[in-house]
Write a protein that binds this ligand. Sequence first.
Ligand SMILES: [Zn+2]
Length: 349
Amino acid sequence: MDTASGWVIVGIDNGGTSNNATVLDGSGRFLVDGLVETPSRVTEGPEVAVDAMASALDNVLELTGVPLETVRGVGLDTPGPASADGVISSKGSTNFAQPAWRGFDVRGALEARLGLPVVYNNDANAAALYAHHVRFGDAAAGHSSISVIVGTGLDGGVVESGRVVKGAAGMAGELGHVQIPMHGLLAEGQPRPVCNCGFVGDAESIASLTGIERNLLPYWLTRFEDHELRVVGDRKQAAKQVRALGEREDPLALHIFEQQAMAIGRLFTIAANFTDPDTYFLGGGVVHTAPKFRQWFLAKVREHTALREEQQRVATLALVPDLDMAGARGAAIAAMDALQAPVRARTSL
Ligand SMILES: [Zn+2]
């Protein structure tokens, strides 16, 4: 093993179909460059899934030639909702549909299974922490950032002084469900958008694939009566096609993405007045697009982010890097921070 410090942290990003694992050595270097995936088996219930996480750890150690004895701890992230220390919501969730997952302490179960300390974050918080560390490196503790990741929903993370803000119930940084002003965003006669969470006019109700499917596309199709998406029977499939149409500068798609950019800009404006971050990160499908479209979209987000002059001088808008690996890497960084500084943690209490 070639590690500067002689000890490592393993990061495990738990997803609906796969676990992605990584190894971070004590000097802060990742020992794997790409995805190291194994089946997550979450649909088979917690017992099988926790075993699958242990297999993911064994697999990445074998791949990197790192002995188990050198693992100081494990960083785990899963999709939410879950408590700050990894108890899955009592209502379950999209990824953890099997009844046995409800209220299941996944962090505690993996810790017991491995006999190693396990530090938990939800996947968006882990990705936010990774983006923060890539940008600020050794100076991470001196900066703050927020991350918005647009996918099926809108996930977020808030990092303050290099640490993820988790909140009392683990629900800080749920930026998708922050309500934003709709005045001047909605077109004439456009119904107020409703989110899966029940809120009207929150960020996710506009800036997500679900928002396109449920709210934006049904309205805009009434304004473009001859549009090619009118004949696509399945609304979910139609919503997925909007991004490619945007890259081809289709007018309906551009209206939809302009509304999404406005929603994100207004969310960033709220953040500017809340934590006043150094960096506003944006990630997800909408930025994994052709360069010209991406530039147009980012310019629109900037246009609708209202910063004060002093903020404009110091703040930047940036993309979440390596999004597919960001969960595992961020989870590992969080575990390293937590397990490296026990003395500081004790004296602060
Ligand atoms: Zn919501």
